[in-house]
Write a protein that binds this ligand. Structure first.
Ligand code: ADP
Ligand code: MG
Length: 231
């Protein structure tokens, strides 16, 4: 497998008055194309900070990340925004959908921002809603959807620009056990069928073990374990 994402001594420190927190502390990691990996670890271990750095939402204090051989440190903020748009789809714990827009409009938003003409973007958004099994909910606003359905809409939105990489921060953290299983199974299916690379942060070790290829464990900003799943 080729390398999709490589980090080099990746470090992010937060200065809080007198104290310095190394939320990500010199991490060297490689993620491969088509891999689905879980990042696990206690609350405060640095999982979200790492994921934000990997997706170019935040800049490291030191160290670097290369995505498909492009070093983020060499990019201006505008170039980084373009890289993020083209290469990364984000999925969040609280879905982050726009409440006043229906499912289809939420999914098509990245296409609106990229200037795709209306008919084309409607069609594309619908294709991805169909892929997550929500074609019949296109006109529904987020509040008219269940939590699992809202997360499916968010997954369709993350896919609509066709990025090679999906990053998901506790995508099941706000869902019951059964729905969590369905959402992670959907991500797993997307990885298998579409060849996407997926990195997902989760508290649920069992889900991580059964539905991903690799489990990376963080503690105090460092990687303390990195192994193939048992499945
Ligand atoms: P996790 O996602 O594993 O719960 P985080 O990446 O959110 O962990 O946080 C890692 C550490 O960095 C924690 O000690 C947290 O308090 C600290 N931290 C995270 N974000 C900030 C911030 N914006 N300012 C200051 N400290 C932060
Ligand atoms: Mg977090």
């Amino acid at each position: 497998m080729s390398d999709l994402l490589v980090t080099e001594k990746l470090t992010r420190r937060y200065v809080m008055g007198e104290t310095v927190v190394s939320a990500v502390d010199g991490i060297d990691l490689t993620f491969h194309t088509g891999e689905i990996a879980a990042i696990v670890g206690r609350s405060g271990s640095g999982k979200s900070t790492l994921l934000h750095l990997l997706g170019g939402l935040d800049r490291p204090t030191s160290g670097d990340i290369a995505i498909q051989d492009r070093r983020m440190s060499e990019l201006t903020d505008d170039e980084l925004a373009i890289l993020r748009r083209d290469k990364v789809g984000f999925i969040f714990q609280f879905f982050n959908l726009i409440p006043t827009r229906n499912a289809l409009q939420n999914v098509e938003l990245p296409l609106v921002l990229s200037g795709v003409p209306v008919r084309e973007r409607r069609e594309q958004a619908m294709t991805f809603l169909r892929q997550v099994g929500l074609e019949s909910r296109a006109e529904h606003k987020p509040q008219e959807l269940s939590g699992g359905e809202q997360q499916r809409v968010a997954i369709a939105r993350a896919l609509v620009m066709n990025p090679p990489l999906l990053l998901a921060d506790e995508p099941t953290g706000n869902l019951d056990t059964k729905t969590s299983g369905e959402i992670v199974a959907l991500l797993h299916q997307i990885q298998k069928e579409e060849g996407k690379s997926i990195i997902l942060v989760t508290h649920d070790r069992e889900l991580a073990e059964t539905e991903t290829d690799r489990v990376v464990e963080m503690k105090d900003g460092a990687i303390v374990d990195d192994r193939r799943s048992k499945r």
